[in-house]
Structure formats: C-alpha cells, structure tokens
Design a protein around this ligand. Structure first.
Ligand code: CP
Length: 319
C-alpha cells in the first residue's frame, strides 16, 4: 500500500511487505541538517489531546530533521477547548487550514475515530484511546529487527496492563505480521477478558499464568505501565490499585506480583531484550534497576521512534 498522500490510523492496513518498506525507508533516512531540501517546506500540524513526551517530541524532531515546518497547538492552555470547543471541531478547524499532514493523539472518541479517516489531509495516528498506536508498534518492531535482522520465530512477551494498551494492540498486529509469536501476562483484570475474541484471535496469543513462567520463554519482553487514566470505575474496583495514584505499598505489591524485579531479571535469557514504550513507572512494572540492565533497549526505542516517524512523513509527503 503506497503511503503517498495517505493516512496511517492503524497498522492493520499494512501488510508485512508495507512494514518492510517503511523499515527500509527508516534505514535510509539521512537525518542530518545538511540533508534538508530547499524550497517551501510542507507543514505538519500536531494536535495532542492527551499528554505525550516521546511521541510528540519525536514527531517534531523527525519533521525538523526532514526540513518540514511544524505547528503544535498547546491544548492544555490557550486553545479554545477551554471555551468548550469540541475535539472534533478543533480537528476540523486545523484541517481547514490545509496543513500537509496532521498528527493526532486522542483518548477514546468515536467521533474522532469516524472523522479522521474522512479527512482529505493525511493523518498520522499518534495514539488513539485503547485502540492503536501505529508508530509505536512499528518502532518497537524496528528496534527488535535492528538487533536480530528479522522477527520470524521470535517470542515476544508483553506484560502489565494489556487491557488498556494501544501499544499492545498495534504490537500484536505488527509483530505477528513479521512472524513473531506473542505471549502476554498481567493481572487477570488487566488482560482482555477473552483473548480469543475475534479481533485478537488471528494473533494466536499465549497467556502465561505467571511472569516466572513467561520470562524464560521470551526472546524479548516489553513491560507496560498501569494506564490508570483509562481505567473505568469497574476495573478500578476490581483492581488492587487505587484509582488515582499508586501508593508506595500498592506499587511494591504490584511489582512483587506482576513486575520485572531484579530477581526476575535472572529468569530472562542472557541475550533477551527488554523494551518499554514509556512512560515507565519505576518501582511498579519495572524495578528501578531494570533500565540499567545491559539488555534494556528502552532508549534505542526512542531513537528509532524518530527514524520511523521520519520515514512515515517522508513516504506520505513523497520526499
Ligand atoms: N510511548 C508513548 O506513546 O509515550 P508518550 O505518551 O510520552 O508519547
């Protein structure tokens, strides 16, 4: 599927061949300042209705490295959202200014899910509710491919709050298309209630009863934070975590039952890799020492995020 002039709202529209083409483009990206073409630069508009550090800054970094102009509306202050304007109207107004690409992050919104595919301007999904985070799924797979050369037959464990994770959903899709096997582990109330349901069934996901059993199986493991902002009252009530913040004792209990502790690091293969999409809650899903482990590729993911987003922008804009 050529991306020229197209949106990328979900990785499910991509074939394994498309993903490979994105990765080859990412491999070939010249991200130095001297690579910037001359002439009027296309404009990328970033609209983040939810907080972000990595995705937002790496889209901006990628765009600057390509010599594009970037407009980012600060939604927390100074936008008309504070006067009651809806997210849908905000997107429509931005689209009416005819930028060359829109980058949009948002929480669960049926209105935006329906609107974005209808826009005439290409849209890159920077994370939508619990549904999809295509650029994260691609950069995670790209990071593993950089280490292994390919993902065929590799076993990837995703653990933590899988239920509320758009990263996990895009990961299931991209990683399995590239031939990897997926395992998951997490507290029962934070796993999709039926991993055999139709949207997840094609992925053939293995559910592990414990992290101790799952870690020796994995060639790579990816931790997920508890996404409290997406927990509804029901899952919060079932949870042994409070709805707002994890207190010290609850965090310690979660880490010992479900998290990657220093002791559990010993269960991982010596050559296994450790990923996390961020933000990390140190002392909850990961012991503070985990990111220091030589097998951690957490910052390589961030570096590769710029490369993948630059590749997608370049493919969409035909640069
Ligand atoms: N991984 C990720 O989406 O991080 P941010 O929320 O900081 O963008």
């Amino acid at each position: 599927m050529p991306l020229l002039g197209r949106s990328l709202l979900d990785t499910r529209i991509l074939s394994a061949k498309d993903i490979d083409e994105i990765f080859l483009k990412a491999d070939s990206m010249q991200l130095g300042r001297d690579a910037i073409p001359t002439g009027p630069a296309p404009v990328v508009c970033c609209l983040f209705f939810e907080p972000s550090t990595r995705t937002r800054m790496s889209f901006q970094m990628a765009a600057y490295r390509l010599g594009l102009e970037v407009l980012t509306m600060e939604l927390s202050a100074g936008s008309s959202l504070s006067k009651g304007e809806t997210a849908t109207d905000t997107v429509l107004n931005f689209a009416a200014m005819n930028p060359d690409v829109l980058v949009v992050r948002y929480g669960s919104s049926r209105e935006l899910d329906a609107l974005l595919p209808m826009l005439k301007i290409p849209v890159l999904n920077a994370g939508s509710g619990t549904l999809a985070h295509p650029t994260q799924g691609l950069l995670d797979a790209y990071t593993l491919r950089a280490e292994w050369g390919g993902l065929s037959g590799k076993r990837i464990l995703i653990f933590g709050d899988v239920l509320h994770s758009r990263v996990a959903r895009s990961g299931f899709d991209v990683l399995t298309k590239l031939g990897a096997e997926i395992g998951v582990f997490g507290p029962e109330h934070l796993l999709p209630s039926d991993l055999n349901r139709s949207d997840l069934q094609p992925y053939g996901i293995r559910v592990f009863p414990s992290l101790d059993e799952a870690l020796p199986w994995a060639d790579a493991c990816m931790g997920l934070r508890i996404q409290l902002e997406r927990h509804d009252a029901r899952s919060a009530a079932k949870s042994d975590s409070p709805s707002e913040h994890l207190s010290g004792s609850v965090a310690a209990n979660y880490l010992s039952r479900y998290g990657l502790t220093v002791e559990r690091l010993k269960l991982l293969k010596p050559e296994a890799l450790i990923l996390h999409p961020g933000p990390i809650n140190h002392g909850v899903e990961f012991a503070p020492e985990v990111v220091e482990d030589s097998r951690s590729r957490v910052l390589a993911q961030v570096t590769n995020g710029v490369r993948i987003r630059a590749a997608l922008l370049a493919l969409i804009l035909g640069r």
